[in-house]
Design a protein around this ligand. Structure first.
Ligand SMILES: Nc1ncnc2c1ncn2[C@@H]1O[C@H](COP(=O)(O)OP(=O)(O)OP(=O)(O)O)[C@@H](O)[C@H]1O
Ligand SMILES: [Mg+2]
Length: 237
């Protein structure tokens, strides 16, 4: 992979068996992402956005072709190596937040660091810093049920970035938020992108998300139909 490249797919293809037939979710996708990008996948429902994010996050494997992420070829990774790549280098933000309801905000954000075996003092510093990035320091002891949807999504962002991953993959991160919260979430992620150099790749249907993108990729029927500068391309990181 060329210098400065974080992701490169080569004829990446994913076929799901469906009874006697099969569904081609990704069809020879060739995409590269450099470090520090703030990019979004758009396209109709079923066009392959989630499938692509899942493969790049080593949660799924290609049927054919290659997906190289941070120098690792996803199709060749063992389960253990895939988990290592995820735990150390990739943060995930899901549409439905996926917070652990019985744990506090603090504990939810701390969780990825426990997986890394980080020492307690360093862990505490990292969690407090992450809560500050998302402006939730004062809610550390709350549980998800005591927070608004926008606040829950900010906890999910803090959890995704607390280990300072190279890459954050976000699957429709604002799907459950109102307009004000969506913009707020995007501003928070853009700040983290600028300050930490974290690469963000989203899938979205949301015009409010699209307005913040510096690169916009349109998938149609599992193919890259368009790859163009996004509305925020001009803004310097
Ligand atoms: N586990 C699976 N088994 C069979 N087919 C699947 C599976 N996951 C996805 N598909 C199919 O692959 C295609 C791409 O799905 P994908 O979830 O990637 O689309 P998407 O662009 O994320 O859509 P949406 O905008 O609705 O989230 C769809 O036709 C879907 O039905
Ligand atoms: Mg999807």
């Amino acid at each position: 992979m060329e210098n400065g490249m974080l992701i490169k797919t080569t004829d990446l293809t994913k076929v799901y068996p469906m009874g006697g037939q099969s569904i081609t979710a990704l069809d020879k996708v060739n995409l590269s992402f450099a470090k520090g990008e703030f990019a979004g996948l758009v396209g109709p429902s079923g066009s392959g956005k989630t499938t692509l994010l899942n493969i790049l996050g080593s949660l799924d494997v290609p049927t054919r072709g290659s997906a190289e992420v941070l120098g690792e070829k996803i199709e060749t990774l063992t389960h253990r190596k895939a988990a290592e790549l995820r735990n150390h280098h990739i943060g995930f933000i899901f549409q439905t937040f996926n917070l652990l309801p019985v744990y506090t905000v603090y504990e939810n954000v701390e969780f990825p660091l426990l997986l890394l075996g980080m020492a307690p003092a360093a862990r505490r510093r990292a969690v407090l810093a992450a809560l500050e990035w998302v402006h939730l320091s004062d809610r550390a002891r709350s549980r998800p049920a005591q927070l608004s949807g926008g606040q829950c999504q900010r906890v999910a962002i803090a959890r995704a970035v607390v280990k300072k991953p190279d890459l954050v993959l976000a699957d429709e991160p604002t799907a459950n938020l109102d307009a004000e919260n969506s913009h707020h979430i995007l501003h928070t992620m853009a700040d983290i992108n600028r300050d930490l150099g974290t690469t963000f790749l989203f899938s979205t249907h949301d015009d409010k998300v699209i307005s913040h993108l510096r690169r916009k990729i349109t998938l149609i029927d599992g193919r890259v139909a368009k790859d163009e500068p996004g509305p925020a391309a001009e803004k310097r990181p």
